[in-house]
Design a protein around this ligand. Structure first.
Ligand code: FAD
Length: 477
C-alpha cells in the first residue's frame, strides 16, 4: 500500500450523520481514503440502558445504508476501544484516527487512553467538537469559573456565533480495500426490548433524513407557537428532536442555526416563541457544561449534603411508579407514555420525577436508571441534570419544598384529559390504541390485568408532601 492509500479512520460515536459533522470533515481533510468505524465499546456496554441501545442499533442501520448509497461503508467492531482501534489501524495501515469529542468522565478516560496509545505508535489522533455548540471550557464567568446557573449561561452564549453548519460531503473517498465488519444483528442490541420494540418503533423517528424532515416540519408548523404550547403534554407542541440529538442524527448547531434564521424573520409572540426554542437547545448545552465541570453529577448528588437525605432505596412504591400504577392518573399516563413511545413529555418528566423523589422519597438514582433503560432519547447529561433538578440535589434545581401536585398539574396541563385518555385504559369504554399498547409492551412478569380497576393513590398528596417536607426539615437540623 502506498502512503497515499493509507486510510484515516473516522471513529463515529454519538454523531451518526453526514450533514454538519465536523469529525467527518476533519477526516476527509486528511486527504486520505476514509474508513468510517463504530465500536461497541466498554462505555456503551456499561452505561447505556436497554432502549438507548435499541435506538442506537436503528441509527447504525440507517447510517450504514446512507454510507453504502454513497459508495462507503460503516465498519462495525465490538471490543474495548483501545484494542479494537489499534487492531483496525494495524489491519488497514491507517495513518490517523479522527473522532468527535464526548464529555462524560468515562468517555474522556477512554478517549485519552486511545489518544495516548495511537500517539505511542506514531498514528495521528485528532478529536474535534461534533456535538455541542459551545464546548464546556469555552464558556466562563467573569472570574474564570464555570456556570452553575442556567440564566447567566444563556446570557453568556446567546450572542455567540456557533458557526455555519457544514454540508454533507458528496465524495466519501472510499479505500481500495475494506476491513471486515461485524454484523449489527449479531450484536443483539435490540434483543432486550423484547416485544416492546415494535411498539416503540411506531413512535420513533429514525435516521438523519427523518430527523431533518422533523426539524423542518417543526420550524414550519410549531416554532411560532412553541412558547405557549411546549408545556402541554396533550398536544404535539414540541420538536421531538431529542432522540435525534441523542444519536447525533442531526446536530444541535443545525437546529439552532435554522431556528435562529427563522427567529430573525419573526416578530411579537412568534419571535418570543422562537427564542424559547433557542433557549431550550441551550439547556442541552448547559447540561454538558455541568457534566464536564462536575462529572459526579452522573453518580452522586451534585450538592453533597443531599447524600445524607433519608432517601429510600428501591422499594414497592417505586415499582408501582415504574409500572404506571401509582393511582395518580397524570403520573401514570406519563410512565405509560414512556413505556409505549420511549419518550416522555418534559412536563411529565418533571412531574413523575417529583413524585418519585418527593412523595415517595426514593433516591433520584432509581428513577434516573429507569429512564436510562426506557428513553430512546437518553442523554447522559440531560438525564442526570433533569433528575437532580427534580430531586432538588442539583445546581439550579427546583427547591425541595416545591412539591408538584399531581392533581392540579392535570387540571392545568391536561384540562380536557386528552393526554390521560391517550395513555390510560382503565375506566374508558373505548380506550385509545396507545393505552392498550401499554399492556402489549409491558413485561409479562408484571402480570398486568387489563380488566383490573385503576389503583387508589399510593400515598395521599398531602401526606406525601408533608412527609417529604418533614424529612427535609430534619435534615437541615
Ligand atoms: P423540545 O421542547 O422541542 O426542545 C428542543 C431541544 O432542547 C430538546 O430536544 C433538547 O435537546 C433540549 N431541551 C429541552 N428541554 C431540555 C431540558 N430540560 N434539559 C436539557 N435539554 C433540553 N432530555 C434528553 O434529551 N434526554 C434525557 O435523557 C432527558 N432526561 C430527562 C429527565 C428528567 C427527569 C427531566 C426533567 C428532563 C429530561 N430531559 C432529557 C430534558 C427534556 O425533558 C427533553 O429534552 C425534552 O422533553 C425532549 O423533547 P423535545 O425534543 O420535544 O424538546
Amino acid at each position: 500500500m502506498t502512503d497515499r492509500q493509507a486510510p484515516t479512520l473516522l471513529w463515529l460515536r454519538r454523531d451518526l450523520r453526514l450533514g454538519d459533522n465536523p469529525a467527518l470533515h476533519a477526516a476527509l481533510a486528511t486527504g486520505r481514503p476514509l474508513v468510517p468505524v463504530f465500536v461497541l465499546d466498554e462505555v456503551i456496554e456499561d452505561l447505556w440502558g436497554i432502549a438507548p441501545k435499541w435506538r442506537l442499533s436503528k441509527s447504525l442501520a440507517d447510517l450504514s445504508r446512507r454510507l453504502a448509497a454513497q459508495g462507503s461503508r460503516l465498519i462495525l467492531r465490538r471490543g474495548t476501544a483501545v484494542e479494537t482501534l489499534l487492531a483496525l489501524v494495524e489491519e488497514t495501515g491507517a495513518k490517523g484516527v479522527v473522532w468527535g469529542r464526548q464529555y462524560d468522565a468515562r468517555a474522556i478516560e477512554r478517549d485519552s487512553a486511545v489518544k495516548a496509545a495511537l500517539k505511542d505508535r506514531g498514528i495521528e489522533a485528532q478529536s474535534v467538537n461534533a456535538s455541542l455548540m459551545f464546548e464546556p471550557w469555552t464558556v466562563e464567568t467573569g472570574s474564570g469559573a464555570f456556570y452553575k446557573v442556567y440564566t447567566p449561561f444563556w446570557k453568556a452564549v446567546r450572542g455567540r456565533d456557533p458557526g455555519t453548519p457544514l454540508d454533507a460531503p458528496t465524495d466519501l473517498s472510499p479505500p481500495e480495500h475494506w476491513p471486515a465488519s461485524e454484523d449489527l444483528v449479531d450484536w443483539g442490541l435490540e434483543r432486550a426490548m423484547d416485544r416492546g420494540g415494535a411498539i416503540v418503533e411506531a413512535h420513533a423517528n429514525i435516521g438523519e433524513e427523518a430527523a431533518l424532515a422533523r426539524l423542518d416540519t417543526f420550524l414550519d408548523d410549531r416554532l411560532a407557537t412553541y412558547g405557549g404550547e411546549r408545556d402541554r403534554p396533550d398536544i404535539a407542541g414540541t420538536s421531538n428532536l431529542s432522540e435525534n440529538f441523542a444519536t447525533g442524527e442531526v446536530s444541535p448547531r443545525l437546529a439552532y442555526w435554522r431556528a435562529l434564521n427563522r427567529f430573525e424573520g419573526l416578530s411579537g409572540k412568534a419571535a418570543d416563541s422562537a427564542q424559547v426554542f433557542l433557549q431550550e437547545i441551550v439547556w442541552r448545552e448547559f447540561s454538558y457544561h455541568l457534566l464536564y465541570h462536575t462529572p459526579h453529577i452522573v453518580e452522586r448528588s451534585w450538592r453533597e449534603e443531599w447524600d445524607s437525605f433519608p432517601w429510600r432505596d428501591d422499594n414497592e412504591d417505586a415499582e408501582a411508579w415504574r409500572r404506571g400504577m401509582t393511582g395518580y392518573e397524570m403520573v401514570d399516563a406519563g410512565m405509560r407514555e414512556l413505556y409505549v413511545t420511549g419518550r416522555m413529555h418534559n412536563r411529565m418528566r418533571m412531574l413523575t420525577a417529583s413524585l418519585l423523589t418527593k412523595h415517595l422519597m426514593t433516591h433520584w438514582r432509581i428513577g434516573e436508571a429507569w429512564f436510562r433503560d426506557c428513553l430512546i432519547d437518553w442523554d447522559i447529561a440531560s438525564n442526570s441534570m433533569g433528575w437532580q433538578w427534580a430531586a432538588g440535589s442539583g445546581p439550579d434545581a427546583t427547591p425541595y419544598f416545591r412539591v408538584f401536585n399531581p392533581l392540579t398539574q392535570a387540571d392545568k396541563f391536561d384540562k380536557n384529559a386528552n393526554y390521560r385518555n391517550r395513555f390510560l385504559a382503565e375506566g374508558r369504554t373505548t380506550p385509545h390504541q396507545d393505552a392498550l399498547a401499554f399492556y402489549e409492551a409491558a413485561p409479562r412478569s408484571w402480570r398486568l390485568d387489563r380488566a383490573a380497576p385503576y389503583p387508589q393513590p399510593i400515598i395521599g398528596h398531602k401526606e406525601g408532601r408533608e412527609r417529604a417536607l418533614a424529612a427535609y426539615q430534619n435534615r437541615r437540623g
